[in-house]
Design a binder for this molecule. Structure first.
Ligand SMILES: NC(=O)c1ccc[n+]([C@@H]2O[C@H](COP(=O)([O-])OP(=O)(O)OC[C@H]3O[C@@H](n4cnc5c(N)ncnc54)[C@H](O)[C@@H]3O)[C@@H](O)[C@H]2O)c1
Length: 272
C-alpha cells in the first residue's frame, strides 16, 4: 500500500534539530550554517579561526535558533573531542553533521612537501573522519537517526588542466569513498551518510587560487557547460535536502554541483 503523502515543506524542515558544522567560520561552511539556521536548526560551529564572519552574530536572533562557536583545530584529537563535548552539552543532542573544514595547496607534484601534504590529509581526511566518528558515537548513544553530509569535491573524480593539487585530489578521493563506506555500514542504525562534490565555488579558497592561477577559474567560465563559477547558494539547498527527512531514503549519494563540468567540457581545447 502506498505511504501516506507527507507535507513537502515539513519534509525539508530542520526545525528544532541540532547540527555541528566544522569549518563554518566562513565560506561554504558559513553558508551551510546560515542555511541550517534559516531552516530552523540549531548549529554549533567548530573552526580554527578565532572568530567567524560578522554575519554569524545575527543568525541566532534572525532565525530564532541557537548558535554556538567553538574555536577548534580538527586535526587535533583532544581539541576536536572537547569541542564536540561542549557542542553537544550546549545543543542537548545531535541530529547531523557537516564536516566542511578543508584546505588546498596548489603546487607541482614534485614540489609537494611531507609537511604540507600531511596537513592536507590531517585536515581534509582525518578531520572529517574523526568528526564523523564523534557524531556517530553520539547518535548511537542517543539511539536516534542521523544525517551526515561530507564535502568531497569535483577534484575527487576529475582533474583540471593547470590546477596542480595532487595532495588535495588524494584527500577528496578519500572523503568521497569514506561517505560510501560509512553509508553502508551505518544504514542499519538509520544514520545516513551522503556527500556533495562542488566544482569551483566562490570562496576565500578560490579567491586565492584565482589570484595565483586565473586560468583555473577560467575553466568554469569557458568550458564548464553552464559557463560560470559556482556560488554558495548552489550548494546549500543540496546540503539541507540531504540533512532533512526529504532524503530519508537517500544514503551513499554524491551530489555533483559543478555546472555540468563533471560530465563534460564544452570547449575542451580552449585552455591549450
Ligand atoms: N571553494 C571551492 O571551489 C570548493 C570546491 C570543492 C570543495 N570545496 C571544499 O569545501 C570546503 C570549504 O571550502 P571553502 O571554499 O569554503 O574554503 P575556505 O578556505 O573559505 O573555508 C574553509 C574553512 O575551514 C576552516 N579550517 C581550515 N583548517 C581547519 C582546521 N584545521 N580546523 C578547523 N577548521 C579549519 C577555515 O578556517 C575556514 O573557515 C573544503 O572542504 C573544500 O575542500 C571547496
Amino acid at each position: 500500500m502506498a505511504d501516506t503523502f507527507k507535507d513537502i515543506k515539513q519534509l525539508y524542515s530542520l526545525a528544532g534539530r541540532n547540527y555541528i558544522v566544522t569549518g563554518g567560520a566562513q565560506g561554504i561552511g558559513f553558508a551551510v550554517t546560515q542555511a541550517i539556521c534559516q531552516m530552523g536548526g540549531n548549529v554549533a560551529v567548530l573552526d580554527i579561526r578565532t572568530e567567524p564572519v560578522e554575519a554569524y552574530k545575527s543568525l541566532s536572533s534572525q532565525f530564532n535558533v541557537k548558535t554556538e562557536y567553538f574555536q577548534t583545530d580538527v586535526t587535533k584529537e583532544e581539541d576536536l573531542k572537547s569541542s564536540f563535548e561542549k557542542a553537544i552539552a550546549s545543543l542537548g543532542s545531535l541530529d547531523g553533521l557537516v564536516p566542511v573544514a578543508g584546505i588546498v595547496v596548489d603546487k607541482p607534484f614534485v614540489e609537494q612537501t611531507w609537511e604540507k601534504v600531511n596537513r592536507i590529509q590531517q585536515t581534509n581526511v582525518m578531520g572529517t573522519f574523526f568528526a564523523t566518528q564523534l557524531a556517530v558515537k553520539q547518535m548511537l548513544k542517543q539511539g536516534t537517526p542521523g544525517s551526515i553530509v561530507l564535502v568531497a569535491s569535483l577534484c575527487a573524480t576529475q582533474t583540471t588542466p593547470g590546477h596542480r593539487v595532487s595532495g588535495y585530489h588524494a584527500s577528496k578521493g578519500a572523503v568521497l569513498m569514506l561517505a560510501k563506506g560509512l553509508a553502508v555500514e551505518l544504514a542499519p542504525q538509520n544514520i545516513r551518510v551522503n556527500s556533495i562534490s562542488p566544482g569551483y565555488t566562490e570562496s576565500d579558497m578560490t579567491r586565492k587560487l584565482r589570484e595565483q592561477y586565473p586560468q583555473v577559474i577560467e575553466v568554469m567560465h569557458k568550458v564548464a557547460p553552464m559557463k560560470r563559477i559556482g556560488n554558495v547558494n548552489d550548494l546549500t539547498p543540496a546540503v539541507v535536502y540531504l540533512l532533512s527527512d526529504a532524503a530519508a531514503y537517500t544514503t551513499s549519494a554524491d551530489i555533483q554541483i559543478t555546472g555540468g563540468l563533471h560530465a563534460g567540457r564544452i570547449e575542451p581545447n580552449s585552455l591549450d
